[in-house]
Unconditional design. Structure first.
Length: 302
């Protein structure tokens, strides 16, 4: 049942107990980290609530009235119970913060998460972190099912039941083997790209979904020609380097290969391949503890 409006708040009761134990409002205010005028104001409000004087002010300090001594005696058990509640909450928070389960799509898991993890470990070294990697649809499902407290996806789609917030930006690029004709030309037109058989990830992959949406926006009614589906970025890069065909991948995933010369990235004319990477978590929930810290780290600019 609701408490009576005559019941003072815990802070006021705790302050009253301290005044009686320490002998003055000034010493009690110092112990509570507040000014003496603030402490006096809080105690006057307490007296107004209960309707009786609780302290006698003298030149030697403050002492309780008979009513004040009785209220303070009752308050001690209330303050002690509040301290036990506070300790219990601290225990629950420590248990919550002892383990963080994260789900991330493959590109994020391989090329961004390791750096985020190093930063997080510097601030929360006692937290055990478990990472589940999959495509964006699988990541969203892991968060919805409660297997992960936070997820990171590449897909442009929004997911019912999940909050979605941008944490980083990326760009998709076309990659081919060095001997491919597009490598020699240095560029490829959108129409030619859309007609060419490509190597791509499986349906549900954020990279594939984003590419398909980009093509559909630029050429309404057109979908890329997917000739070969592979379940990992590494397998796709190996197939492209072997001359099997072109692919569209994250610039994060192919930067080292392009620098080494094993893959070449021709420009695509007429197609916007910029994209956002997003954090997701259950709608209506707030991120707390290590999950909140990881989200903040992911949002930091490079």
């Amino acid at each position: 049942m609701p408490l009576s409006p005559r019941v003072p708040d815990l802070a006021a009761l705790d302050l009253l107990v301290s005044v009686i134990e320490l002998g003055s409002i000034g010493r009690a205010a110092q112990a509570h980290g507040i000014s003496q005028p603030s402490a006096s104001s809080r105690l006057r409000y307490l007296e107004k609530l209960v309707g009786v004087p609780v302290l006698e002010r003298t030149t030697l300090g403050s002492r309780p009235t008979p009513a004040g001594a009785l209220i303070a005696e009752w308050a001690r058990s209330v303050v002690d119970a509040a301290e036990q509640l506070d300790a219990g909450i601290d225990t629950l928070r420590a248990e919550r913060d002892s383990r963080l389960r994260v789900a991330a799509s493959q590109t994020i898991a391989e090329y961004l998460f390791p750096g985020w993890l190093m930063t997080l470990r510097a601030t929360t070294p006692d937290t055990t972190i478990a990472l589940e990697s999959g495509n964006s649809v699988e990541v969203a499902q892991a968060v919805l099912d409660g297997r992960a407290g936070i997820g990171f996806v590449e897909s442009p789609k929004t997911f019912r039941g999940l909050e979605s917030h941008t944490v980083a930006r990326d760009r998709l690029v076309v990659v081919v083997a060095p001997q491919h004709q597009w490598a020699r030309r240095g560029s490829v037109a959108l129409a030619e790209l859309a007609e060419t058989p490509l190597i791509q990830r499986e349906p549900g992959s954020g990279t594939r979904t984003w590419f398909e949406h980009a093509v559909s926006r630029a050429l309404p009614g057109t979908q890329p020609n997917i000739a070969l589906e592979l379940s990992s970025t590494t397998a796709i890069k190996t197939a492209v380097a072997a001359g099997v065909g072109p692919a569209v991948l994250s610039s994060l995933a192919v930067a080292a290969d392009i620098a080494a010369g094993s893959l070449v990235s021709p420009e695509v004319t007429g197609l916007d391949l910029d994209r956002t990477l997003r954090a997701v978590w259950p709608t209506g929930q707030r991120l707390t503890g290590p999950a909140r810290d990881l989200y903040a780290i992911a949002r930091r600019p490079d």
